[in-house]
Structures are given as C-alpha cells and as structure tokens.
Design a protein around this ligand. Sequence first.
Ligand code: BG6
Length: 286
Amino acid sequence: MTKYSQAEQTTGQGGLQLLRIQTPWSVAEIYLQGATVTHFQKNGEVPLLFLSAMSRFEKDAPIRGGIPVIFPWFGKPEDKPNQHGFVRARVWEVAGTKTNADGSLEARFKLPSCVELPSIGVDYVVTVGVTLTAELIVTNGSASEFVYENCLHTYFTIGDINQTSVAGLQGVEYLDAVDKFARKMEQGDAIRFKGETDRVYLNTPHTTEIRDASLRRVIRVEKDNSVSTVVWNPWSEKAKRMLDYGDQEYLRMVCVESGNVRAEAIKLLPGGVATLKVKLSSLALL
Ligand code: BG6
C-alpha cells in the first residue's frame, strides 16, 4: 500500500505502453492503446473491471475489457468501415498527471491529431482514488457542426451472471439489438440475465447499479452528459464466436456502458466543447 499517489509509464502485455497508477486506496492501469483503462482495484477488493484473458494486446487492435473508448460512432452504421469507431485502437499520448487535493491521481490523455478528424480535439481524463472517474472531452475546432456518438464501454467483473442484476432502468424504453432493434419497455425492477442481452436504454441520464450477490458487491455507475445506457452480455454462443474472448467468460462479466448513441448522438456546434463523464464506485451488498 502506498501513502501517496504515483504514476509510472511502463511496458505491459504485448510490449504495449501503459500508465500504472497507485493511490492509498487503489491501483489502476491504463494502456495508451485506446487510452483503455484495463484495471481498477480497490485495496482488499476483487478488480472492478473485467479484462478478458484472451484479449489481444496488439498494435491497431482494441483491447477486450476494461473501458474501451467508443468514438466517433457506436455499433456498425452502414456508412462506416468498422464497429465502434477507431479511437479504441489508436495510440493516445499522456498529456500529464497530477495529484488532486483529495489525494486522487488524475491522468490526462490526448488523441494525436488524425486524418479522419483534423479539426476535432479529443482528451480523456482518468481520475483514480477511492472511485474511478473517466471523462471524455471533445472540442469542435471546425467551422461546421460535428455530429458524433460516444460511449465508455465498461466491462465489469462479477462473480456470477446468474446472481447479478442491473437496477435503475425500470420503466425505461430500450432498443433490443437481439430482436432487430425492436423498441421495448423495461418492465422489471432490475434486469436479470437469461441469455444474450444487447440493449440500448434511451433517455437514461440517471445512476444504475450492478448488484452482484455472488461477490456481495454493488457497483454504482454515475454519469454526466450521457443519456444512453447500453447493457451487454454475449452469453455462451456469441462468446464462442468471439476470438478474443473466453467461452466461459460471459459468466463473470457484464457491460453497462454510458454514452450517447443512435438518435441520442451529440450535435456539437463550431467552437463547442462537450464532455461525457462516468464515476464508478463500489460498496458491500447488504
Ligand atoms: C456492445 C454492442 O456495445 O459491444 C454489442 O452493443 C457488441 O453489439 C459489443 O457485440 C462488443 O463489440 P466489439 O466490437 O468490441 O466486439
């Protein structure tokens, strides 16, 4: 355990660069590839974020787990070349680290300028302490409106998907991706998982909670400037088709993703700045 917060840049899996952060309360790892937070663990607790044992750690490939940053599009729109944008597989730069007054450590990352978005600035601030916060900051330096989707595609560690529920979405409308994006209403007091689940919950700026009876833990997902919540678990058949994901890993992870997608995309005026912020915390399930 460390008395002060500190960060060091080092080499991780596949020879990729990462920032390793230690604070008096927690440890974290952030790969420069995608600025992907792959690890956050409070002292004495099981890791909060799930990272696949089968993940590739290769140049130009997204990391399977942690918090991939999805931008500037989500999913696979017809006119786009791939799924979930391109920044999750780009190498970001570390723009600086600092210790905040409360002892937490803040690391700032910057997306190097790229041909696809020559006039758009993209920064990402990760703050590690008792909680983990991640904030994506987009600046429109172009002369026209910039329309984009964003999503902090967060993979959480759970003890058992069969003993896990996601609360906070009752009465909310969602698009069901496993039923041709049919529009449905969430009826239950919490989502329970019985098979492949892939849903975009609409108009959901509020907090959700992952209740994990197996690890006796509640994970709270609080957010600012996010109205879409994606809940995803591939279940067994899709897990087998995913090359960078273990066949049984669906049992101990769930994604609750915070963003602004599809019809809820962001429309950013010239000169505008838009943020998306997520705060993750954990507490004992009583
Ligand atoms: C989720 C999507 O956000 O990401 C799913 O809703 C998708 O449809 C999942 O399967 C993983 O996507 P990828 O591109 O990382 O395999």
